[in-house]
Ligand binder design. Structure first.
Ligand code: CO8
Length: 258
């Protein structure tokens, strides 16, 4: 399927979605969000795609929601259309792992979109920020909530109240991103990480993802309970038997997703 605002390709076991509105620094228009949702639906349904990578250009992952599309909205437009919610949360309900490969600007909705992914790998030119306050508005796709959980209250307040950008090094130091690599190595590194994950058992991968994400939604004791029950469930899989047998027999496991 062809899209207007994104490029879609499959490489091995990895589905790659590239945000592609270069003239607007990949500003997240409603059309782009629709395309992104449709591409995620397609990759989620494709049995040969086991991990999804979401990326942008060297200059911008995404410079935020499309300001030109938003500028004239009224409160009633925003309220009645349930602006932001519609389509935006699609990434967060994706059951397959989603890796954000971020180069250049990840601002406003762009930073929020990256944070909806399961992990962020950043190029050394990446810049993150929640600059909505400079536009007389505020984050509306989870910026005040996810950023606070990821980097803590003080830095989240700093970012959201000053609207400043943080560079890749600062983002790594505060735990917003898991790795920083030279821009030229970003794609290769991310594809290597994605293939590493794709080689695991898919159902176990999905259980791990669900358990880690549960940490953001619940109390520690409920999260530990969920983890334990899910851990118990892994013993019902063929892949747990295979994984442990392979270790004992000193060979590589051959998972069957069963
Ligand atoms: N929306 C629309 N167009 C944009 C956006 C954007 N967010 N960002 C850049 N562009 C356009 C510019 O208007 C310009 O277009 P044109 O050539 O037609 O004038 C083109 O992209 C290139 O941009 P610049 O000339 O500004 O490029 P620079 O390299 O000089 O600057 C910056 C790059 C610093 C990234 C600058 O473009 C900038 O500050 N952009 C806006 C960043 C921003 O404020 N983002 C937050 C937007 S609000 C938001 O995300 C709310 C999220 C709520 C949830 C989502 C709801 C849908």
């Amino acid at each position: 399927m062809a899209y207007d605002n994104i490029l879609v390709e499959t490489s091995g076991q990895v589905g790659v979605i590239t945000l592609n509105r270069p003239k607007a620094l990949n500003a997240l228009s409603s059309g782009l969000i629709r395309d992104l949702g449709a591409a995620l639906d397609a990759f989620e349904a494709a049995p040969d795609v086991r991990v999804i990578v979401l990326t942008g250009s060297d200059k911008a992952f995404a410079a935020g929601a499309d300001i030109k599309e938003m500028a004239e909205k009224t409160y009633m437009d925003a309220y009645l259309q349930n602006f932001i919610t519609q389509g935006w949360e699609r990434v967060t309900v994706c059951r397959k792992p989603v890796i954000a490969a971020v180069a250049g600007f990840a601002l406003g909705g762009g930073c929020e979109l990256a944070m909806m992914c399961d992990m962020i790998i950043a190029a050394d030119n990446a810049k993150f920020g929640q600059p909505e306050i400079n536009l007389g508005t505020m984050p509306g796709a989870g910026g005040t909530q996810r950023l606070t959980r990821f980097v803590g209250k003080s830095k989240a307040m700093d970012m959201c109240l000053t609207g400043r950008m943080m560079d890749a090094d600062e983002a790594w130091k505060c735990g917003l991103v898991s790795r920083v690599v030279p821009l030229d190595d970003l794609r290769e590194t991310v594809m290597r990480i994605a293939e590493t994950i794709a080689d695991k058992s898919l159902p176990i991968t999905m259980m791990v993802k669900e358990a880690v994400n549960t940490a953001y939604e619940t109390t520690l004791s409920q999260g530990i309970h969920f983890e334990r029950r899910t851990f118990h469930a892994t013993f019902a899989t063929d892949d747990q038997k295979e994984g442990m047998a392979a270790f004992i027999e000193k060979r590589q496991p051959s998972f069957t997703d069963r």
